[in-house]
Design a protein around this ligand. Structure first.
Ligand code: ADP
Length: 592
């Protein structure tokens, strides 16, 4: 209760002047109440009435200031009452010039400076000064107006007033310096925080520009070499360079995706999207992604998966893959010899609920105890001297940590510097099918056998597509990705061109870029839908966009697009999507 009251009177949103006013009002209320009780006891009920009136005015001012936030009005009420009514009245009642009252006059005038602002403060000060000096003058000319008091009373009043006023002024100054000191400390702390954040940001930018430069450098260099080899016709070299360009581009994309993911999480836009999934398929993908990298470094990679785990689960499969892959990729990156293990166990099971534990263990460089807290901070890389030759942005673990938090899981790190590390994630999932997953290695062998059997090629030479994009290179890439399929592709470089083409031509699908100058994709679609005067009333329109933000898909669907393909367009995703929207009879599958 007292804490709440103190918070209301002195909360930090109020400026210092407002808080001082509340301090003065509270002191006047307490002082007034004590004096009222004393007067009641010593002089009887009637003599206490003026004090009751004073307290009432103080209470009104307090309510105005605290409840209604009317600081100026409250200050006017209190200084007006003190300097224009109470102090002059007490001056004539308690001995005049030679009593303690002139000292109180000084306090009253200081109050005016402290509690009022601007012109009002000067005006009130002058008015107070006139009334108080006037009182002294009238008391001097007409001593008969001043109630005479015994000398002993006068001396004690003088001493009491001196003590009381100096204590009040002292408290006010102390309070003011306390608030000032507190604010100064807060500013210094904020400064230090900003400094740290700024340093992390600069460090990040430096890392990032290095990280982004490396693949871009690869892409440009490889491309130059590729162009030279084209003249020489060395197809083996061309293939090698093109593969390198592909891998550098993938690295670049994954850096940008990490940044996007972190910013999505930080702005609260990342959602957990649960689906039914096959546990083996997740583990298999993680295994495939890591195996090649581990082999390149001569590391062994062990999958230690509990055979009794359920085969089908319900949860955010995409993020689980991302989490395991991030840990595995670090494990391989920071291990020079020995092995990397992915272990998976169940911690508990109750009905359809299961808690899983993934452990990613390596025999790598390890992490110092003092660095463990920094691991999950954005952009932070630890042990940078030792790791300066290992590429990284410091985003992976922070992103992984945030994803696990988002899924209400838990991460633990155990590590011995120089010996290796174990990252453990505990996550709750739902069971869809509790049939045991069985031996991972047996299943993996089966998978390899089945995937080796046939390579299916899809083509659809009868399909007629329209691609609309203002950037010529995007159109070239789009057509290149579909070359093998034999599809007939018309191109348009603006919304307007698209609207012209659809009048005389029927298309099986229209691919429409979102961001185009003048008429963008959304506007173009609106016009397609608004008119019947063309041959594409029922044609599905798919949006092509670099806008990979969560929720964008829903927005596009609301706009009337049937689907969404994000750039950079992946060949397999594009072919799959076309197969979904063209007539089944157009699709020709050939087995190689
Ligand atoms: P980076 O892109 O630098 O790998 P991460 O956020 O993935 O960024 O990791 C942050 C830092 O944690 C790394 O720079 C590295 O120093 C340390 N680290 C992460 N995983 C391991 C590991 N398995 N063994 C040793 N150190 C690791």
């Amino acid at each position: 209760m007292l804490k709440r009251l103190l918070n209301m009177l002195f909360r930090e949103e109020l400026d210092i002047q407002h808080r001082l006013l509340n301090l003065i009002l509270s002191a006047a209320f307490i002082g007034g109440s004590v004096s009222m009780i004393a007067t009641f006891i010593i002089d009887g009920l009637v003599s206490g009435i003026p004090t009751v009136a004073v307290i009432l005015v103080v209470v009104i001012a307090l309510v105005l200031s605290v409840k209604y936030n009317r600081m100026t009005l409250a200050a006017l009420v209190i200084t007006g009452m003190a300097n224009l009514v109470i102090f002059p009245w007490l001056f004539f009642q308690s001995g005049g010039m030679y009593s303690g009252m002139p000292i109180w006059f000084v306090l009253g005038l200081i109050f005016t400076w402290l509690t009022l602002r601007g012109k009002l403060c000067y005006a009130m000060f002058i008015l107070d000064l006139i009334v108080l000096i006037g009182s002294i003058y009238v008391g001097h000319i007409h001593p008969e107006f001043v109630r005479e008091m015994p000398e002993g009373y006068m001396i004690s009043d003088l001493v009491q007033s001196m003590v009381a006023v100096s204590v009040i002024i002292g408290v006010i100054f102390k309070y003011q310096s306390y608030v000032y000191e507190k604010q100064r400390k807060q500013i210094l702390e904020k400064d230090a925080e900003l400094h740290i954040a700024n340093e992390a940001k600069s460090q990040f930018l430096a890392n990032m520009s290095h990280e982004i430069r490396t693949p871009i450098n690869g892409i440009i260099g490889m491309n130059t070499m590729l162009l030279e080899e084209l003249d020489n016709g060395n197809s083996e070299a061309i293939r090698e360079y093109a593969k390198n360009i592909n891998s550098a581009s993938q690295t670049l994309l994954s850096i940008i995706n990490d940044i996007l993911d972190i910013s999505k999480i930080e702005s609260g836009k990342m959602e957990v999207i649960p689906t039914e999934y096959e546990l083996f398929s997740v583990l298999n993908d993680c295994y495939n992604m890591t195996l090649t990298r581990a082999n390149k470094k001569n590391l062994s990679f062990v999958m230690d998966i509990d055979e009794k785990l359920p085969s089908m689960l319900y949860g955010d499969e995409v993020h689980i893959r991302q989490i395991i892959n991030n840990f595995l990729s670090n494990a391989v990156k920071y291990t020079h010899e020995g092995k990397v293990t992915l272990r998976m166990r169940e911690v508990s099971r109750e009905g359809k609920d299961i808690t899983l534990k993934f452990e990613i263990e390596d025999t790598g460089i390890g992490i110092k105890d003092e660095d463990k807290d920094k691991l999950f901070m954005n952009f932070s890389r630890v042990d940078e001297k030792k790791n300066r030759n290992i590429e990284g942005t410091g985003l992976g673990l922070s992103l992984t940590h945030k994803l696990v938090e988002l899924m209400e899981g838990d991460i633990q790190v155990e590590s011995e510097y120089g010996k290796g590390s174990v990252f453990t994630v505990t996550l709750a999932q739902k069971i869809v099918n509790d049939e045991p997953i069985g031996s991972f290695s047996t299943k993996y062998e089966e998978y390899i056998k089945s995937s080796n059997t046939a390579n299916v090629n899809v083509s659809f030479p009868d399909a007629k597509l329209l691609v609309v994009d203002d950037v010529k290179m995007n159109v070239t890439v789009f057509k290149g990705l579909l070359k093998k399929t034999g599809a007939k592709i018309d191109e348009a470089y603006s919304g307007e061109e698209c609207l012209k083409l659809i009048v005389d031509n029927h298309y099986d699908i229209i691919f429409l870029d979102h961001m185009m100058p003048e008429m963008d994709g959304v506007e173009t679609l609106k016009r397609i839908k608004a008119s019947n005067n063309h041959k594409n009333v029922d044609t599905p329109v798919i949006v092509l966009t670099a806008n990979a933000i969560v929720g964008a898909r829903e927005e596009y669907m609301k706009d009337g697009f049937v689907d969404y393909l994000s750039k950079p367009v992946q060949q397999s995703a594009l072919v799959d999507m076309i197969c979904e929207y063209i007539p089944r009879k157009y699709i020709i599958e050939t087995v190689e």
